[in-house]
Ligand binder design. Structure first.
Ligand SMILES: [Cu+2]
Length: 195
């Protein structure tokens, strides 16, 4: 009779390979544990950091004097060309409409929107473009985008703001740049609201 024990090339039996596997598993458990701990540490740090100070580029505005002074008074709303040549759209949202109701912008030129709200949280999206923001009382929302195609786009409020929410929308008219600049020569603030 011969022994059925497997031949071990290293001569130290099956327990040696078990020990190698265990130590590798142990090592990987520590590495994974450290990765999880560092992710948790990052979450805690960023959470505490962001809650302890306002994020950058936040502009605040006094809701109570919005209509009386500053850039959001009624006759300053709409599209204008600034001294440095930038095209700026200023608008406000209130339950349940936007001012102005119809916004004119030139096609293919970057347009900066500046907006705020007088009462509740509102927001808007312009048709099938990437123009999309929230309008929050006390804060000025700003973004810059451009509209490659001419035409009319719908601009609905997309933050539920009360019973009249579904009727809250404006229009954006994207017109050829030369037409836009011709109109801009005639008036300081442009909009397509029919008067
Ligand atoms: Cu709404």
């Amino acid at each position: 009779m011969t022994s059925s024990k497997p031949v071990d090339p290293h001569g130290d039996g099956p327990h040696a390979s078990e020990a190698v596997a265990n130590s590798a598993e142990h090592r990987w458990a520590i590495i994974v544990g450290l990765i999880i701990l560092s992710l948790i540490a990052m979450m805690v740090f960023t959470g505490v950091y962001w809650s302890s100070m306002p994020p950058s580029r936040v502009e605040t505005i006094d809701v109570k004097t919005l209509h009386l002074k500053g850039e959001f008074v009624e006759n300053n709303l709409g599209t204008s060309i600034e001294k440095d040549g930038r095209v700026i759209v200023r608008l406000i949202a209130q339950q349940y409409s936007f001012s102005p109701q119809c916004i004119v912008v030139p096609a293919g030129i970057s347009v900066t929107f500046r907006g705020t709200s007088t009462d509740a949280i509102h927001g808007f999206v312009v048709g099938r473009t990437n123009a999309n923001t929230m309008l929050i009382p006390g804060f000025v929302s700003t973004f810059t985008t451009s509209f490659p195609k001419t035409g009319e786009q719908l601009m609905p409020c997309h933050e539920y703001c009360g019973t009249g929410h579904e009727a809250m929308w404006a229009k954006v008219q994207v017109i050829p740049p030369d037409e836009f600049f011709a109109k801009a020569k005639a008036a300081e603030r442009l909009s397509c609201v029919s008067r």
